[in-house]
Write a protein that binds this ligand. Structure first.
Ligand SMILES: [Zn+2]
Length: 339
């Protein structure tokens, strides 16, 4: 089936075919989420800068409007009759690579929205999944035993890549189900047993942009918006911390520049946030919030007062030009294929 799918995406991303399809997209917006952008693409959750450049070139050929999130929402609300197919690019977390991506967006005359985690930007902490990768790369021992619910679980690393991937996948999935306090304790156990001393601040490859870099990007017209203080799964936190994570990340940003009044839930699937978080975002006076549940956004969902405004869907941006264009032009809606 794979080659048929690829052939379909290849044909359908031709400008004439995609224009035909995009007529049916005039009443909806596709929002992409990206995390890391690297010159040579590659890793999971990573899109190549060249691939991004080619995706933007194709979208421009299809005359699709590419813009940032808040401007798209306000534009659609203030000009409901000016209906054109639109695509929004959002980038989560705040890694330094966003500076390179910003140059690519700008070279096409486009903007984007960056959701940044404030402790990460302040260099007070670094991302927990990067710590796992660091432990794996720098370990001197191959076995760690972690507390797993009421039991203990032995995790084995080794020379075999698939063994390491399985171990890493288990750790990442397990750590998404616990509170940030428990997660920190498990990561410390792992590091100690694997013979790794975790640096207090992120090694260069795992760093975030700093506040003055974010301010510079804000002045260039990029939307910079909050993505919590320390990136916990909000639904796993108590009410007090869930609220603090949302409110404080916005307040901290306000000390540096005027943040864009939109928010992205960490991890962002339907089990990662709920009505409690949506209400906090609304009560804070923000205009909208995004999840990572895939789907298109209709103009009705963007109407002021709509509940949907606080759980807007997003598609993961594939590291593949044809697949990204197929999503952007609305083909995925009709053929039901995963990105
Ligand atoms: Zn994130």
């Amino acid at each position: 089936m794979g080659f048929l799918k690829d052939a379909f995406f290849s044909i359908s991303s031709e400008p004439a075919v995609a224009r035909l399809w995009s007529r049916s997209m005039t009443n909806s917006v596709a929002v992409f989420t990206l995390h890391r952008l690297e010159s040579n693409g590659g890793g999971s959750n990573t899109v190549g800068l060249d691939t991004l450049d080619q995706i933007l070139t194709k979208l421009a050929q299809h005359r699709i409007v590419v813009d940032s999130l808040y401007r798209t929402i306000t534009d659609i609300n203030s000009h409901p009759d000016n209906i054109r197919p639109r695509v929004v690019f959002t980038v989560d977390d705040g890694y330094t690579c966003f500076a390179d991506a910003a140059d690519v967006f700008e070279s096409h005359g486009f903007s984007a929205t960056l959701f940044a985690t404030t402790d990460f930007v302040s260099a007070d902490d670094w991302m927990w999944w990067d710590k796992i990768e660091y432990i794996l790369k720098n370990r001197t021992k191959d076995k760690v035993c972690i507390e797993h619910g009421e039991n203990a679980r032995l995790i084995s690393f080794g020379a075999d890549e698939s063994l390491n991937n399985t171990a890493r996948q288990f750790l990442e999935e397990y750590l998404k189900t616990v509170s940030s306090r428990e997660r920190q304790s498990v990561i410390e156990q792992c590091a100690e047993q694997a013979g790794v001393v975790l640096p207090d601040s992120a090694p260069p490859e795992y760093r975030a942009l700093n506040w003055s870099q974010l301010k510079g990007l804000h002045e260039r017209g990029f939307e910079i918006a909050p993505h919590t203080v320390s990136h916990p799964i909000l639904l796993n936190e108590d009410s007090q911390n869930s609220e603090r994570q949302i409110v404080e990340s916005y307040r901290v940003m306000q000390k540096h520049f005027t943040p864009t009044p939109v928010f992205a839930y960490p991890n962002g699937t339907e089990i990662d946030f709920g009505t409690r978080e949506m209400n906090t975002v609304r009560d804070l006076g923000l205009a909208a919030a995004v999840s990572t549940s895939p789907g298109y956004i209709s103009s009705a969902m963007l109407t002021t007062g709509s509940d949907s405004l606080f759980s807007l869907p997003r598609f993961y941006c594939p590291n593949n030009v044809q697949r990204a264009v197929a999503i952007a032009t609305g083909l995925r809606k009709y053929i039901g294929m995963a990105a």
